[in-house]
Design a protein around this ligand. Structure first.
Ligand code: DX5
Ligand code: ZN
Length: 213
């Protein structure tokens, strides 16, 4: 299991120490939530913060773009150091989706496609071979610390089946309300990457990451 702690929930009065603790944990990825106050009713980080985190952390930078203009911001965050950029299906025109993945790949980076809880998982099916990762939101995007929507488990199971049947290597990631218990449910359903914000940063970072592995 890949664990991707969401730095949205870190204690910003103690940023460097917390990032160092994260670096020393078993987490392989850092999940970086970008919010524009338009696609979601909250604002988070700009590219300079990602650049700063890249300087002090070697973890793989998993950038989740919760923005209305993902095409512009994907470029900006790739330049700032993203290894993978995930965009929302709901923010894209259908005919932009495949060219987006192709453009990211031509830059040597990884591309992800995400759906909100109310978007049918079927919308992902045409793109199984095009993306490196599919992100199933298990809360309405916008805020950390929300309760896990259990419907995500069935959505992960369905997607796992399609990915295996298609014989492609895409990863399934889940984001929102993940703790030891909900993480175990997602693992059993076939998830590959667990994003966890409040559970990791409001507990002992190393132990919380270990409990999700
Ligand atoms: C929510 C974000 C999440 C968030 C998860 O919009 O995409 O990554 O930080 O936080 P928790 O784990 O606290 O639900
Ligand atoms: Zn996220």
């Amino acid at each position: 299991m890949i664990v991707a702690p969401s730095v949205l929930s870190l204690d910003f009065t103690d940023t460097r120490t917390q990032i160092e603790e994260l670096n020393a944990s078993d987490a392989a990825w850092m999940h970086f939530d970008v919010m524009d106050g338009h696609f979601v009713p909250n604002l988070s980080f700009g590219p300079d913060i990602l650049k700063a985190f890249c300087k002090i952390s070697p973890l793989f930078k998993d950038v989740h773009l919760m923005v209305s203009d993902p095409l512009t911001y994907s470029t900006i965050f790739l330049e700032a150091g993203a290894d993978l950029v995930t965009v929302h299906y709901e923010a894209m025109e259908e005919d932009q989706i495949r060219p987006f993945a192709q453009r990211i790949h031509s830059l040597g980076k990884k591309a992800g496609l995400s759906i909100k809880p109310k978007t049918p998982v079927e919308v992902l099916k045409p793109y199984l071979a095009d993306f490196d990762l599919f992100l199933i939101m298990s809360v309405e995007p916008g805020f950390g610390g929300q309760k896990f929507h259990a419907e995500a488990v069935g959505r992960i199971r369905t997607l796992r089946k399609w990915i295996d049947e298609a014989g492609v290597a895409a990863l399934i990631e889940v984001d929102g309300g993940i703790n030891e218990e909900t993480g175990a449910m997602c693992r059993m359903a076939g998830c590959d990457v667990l994003v966890a914000g409040s559970y990791v940063f409001k507990n002992d970072i190393k132990k919380a990451v270990q409990s999700l592995e």
